[in-house]
Write a protein that binds this ligand. Structure first.
Ligand SMILES: O=C(O)[C@@H](O)[C@H](O)[C@H](O)CO
Ligand SMILES: [Mg+2]
Length: 403
């Protein structure tokens, strides 16, 4: 079974997605997700110009070799653009493998280790009362885990505020990046009171999460972790810019609040120290951005060795194909922790026919062979690429800060 064609589709049903379509010489089609929010077209060029010509004619069953060929063979290793391009190809090849076998990918990976995948949703508010009420809405829908973010007093907007009333939202909205302001001191003063109110109103019978979005110094993160200890957080996410893995030694030594990191990592080397020194509790790599199923599985296996569990990144900028790829691994992994899920904007449902379903705070996959998500190419063509960027953040004096 040889690869006959590698095509790349870019579509914007509310936000941009990069879809890899691999067709074999006997007509089997596999779909992969190679979406990199705000840098989509660089992955498209990487795939079209440099990857597709290398793959045509290769044996589509040699998934592991193709991964190594694209990673080692490029000479220039690492980086999100390359990892996402390889990830998209890898997911598509697993889709083909499942379709040929007539089995869902999780059966090829060893079969179910659990009945379903526990997810967390994104609650938020423009003040504490609104955020507390929103957490209640998620609990009423059956969610067993909820992330909560709220507008920090004194700021006009900040990361993680959902617009509208649906479960989802898209923060990459501007044709150029919106500029937001940030104030770490105001944030550190505010967040403990938010979590206190959430626990007072809703109790401790669910998992409570919070995303710091890479904004604090290591010492500030330690302060935050300590101040949140009474509220028994499931995790505090991305407390500092995580290029500096060693900074987590300081955070870890000063707080017992669990730590989750890794949504912008592109491979195992980005988290080798974090995992092997047990500096984190959850590894958050996204399957498409960490080289696909083949490589994410290796990261998760390393994590299992050190008692680190999984918390796969699942925002709206991971397409339903990428979410489904994560769900296959989630069902199988011995060290599964939780899966992020914030759904997708309605038009995405016209492009992606996803086979996973929601019930009582969990997602589950059916028995569809392969990854279990099909793409309607006519619908995709109705939503052409449209430039969209995540915001950026500056301090009051105009300095750039992490968004
Ligand atoms: O944990 C999350 O879902 C976020 O950090 C988003 O992935 C990020 O803001 C890009 O949309
Ligand atoms: Mg995050």
């Amino acid at each position: 079974m040889r690869i006959a064609a590698v095509d790349v589709i870019v579509t914007c049903p509310g936000r941009n997605y990069v879809i890899v379509k691999i067709t074999t010489d006997d007509g089997v089609v596999g779909w992969g997700d190679a979406t990199l929010n705000g840098r989509e077209q660089s992955v498209v060029a990487y795939l079209r110009e440099h990857v597709a010509p290398l793959l045509v004619g290769r044996d589509a069953t040699r998934i592991s070799d193709i991964w190594q060929y694209l990673y080692r063979g490029s000479y220039w290793r690492r980086g999100s653009v390359a990892a996402t391009a390889i990830g998209g190809v890898d997911i598509a090849l697993w889709d083909i493998a499942g379709k040929v076998a007539g089995l869902p990918v999780y059966r090829l990976l060893g079969g179910r280790a659990r009945d379903g995948v526990t997810i967390y949703g994104h609650a938020s508010g423009t003040d504490i009362d609104g955020a507390v009420a929103d957490v209640g809405d998620f609990l009423a829908r059956g969610y067993r885990a909820v992330r909560v973010q709220a507008l920090v007093p004194g700021l006009t907007s900040n990361y993680g505020l959902r617009h509208g009333t649906g479960l989802t939202y898209e923060p990459a909205a501007g044709e150029l990046p919106d500029e937001e302001t940030w104030d770490s001191a105001a944030y550190l003063d505010f967040v403990p009171g938010l979590m206190k109110r959430v626990r007072e109103e809703h109790g401790y019978g669910f998992h409570l999460l919070h995303d710091v979005h890479h904004r604090l110094s290591a010492n500030e993160a330690a302060q935050l972790g300590r101040s949140l200890e009474p509220y028994r957080m499931f995790w505090m996410e991305d407390p500092t810019p995580a290029e500096d893995q060693a900074a987590f030694r300081l955070i870890r030594s000063r707080t017992t609040t669990p730590i989750a990191v890794g949504e912008i990592f592109s491979g195992i080397w980005d988290c080798q120290l974090l995992i092997s020194e047990r500096l984190i509790d959850y590894i958050r790599v996204a399957v498409p951005h960490a080289g696909g199923i083949t490589h994410t599985r290796r990261i998760w296996d390393l994590a299992d060795l050190y008692g680190v569990r999984t918390g796969s990144h699942g925002p709206g900028d991971v397409s339903p194909i990428g979410i489904a790829a994560a769900l296959h691994l989630d069902l199988v992994a011995p060290n599964f922790g939780i899966q992020e899920y914030m759904g997708h904007l309605d038009p995405a449902g016209e492009v992606f026919r996803a086979g996973y379903s929601y019930g009582e705070g969990m997602l589950d996959l059916g028995d569809a062979p392969g990854i279990g998500v099909e793409v309607d190419e006519d619908a995709a063509a109705r939503y052409p690429y449209s430039p969209k960027y995540l915001p950026v953040a500056r301090l009051a004096d105009g300095s750039m800060h992490d968004w």
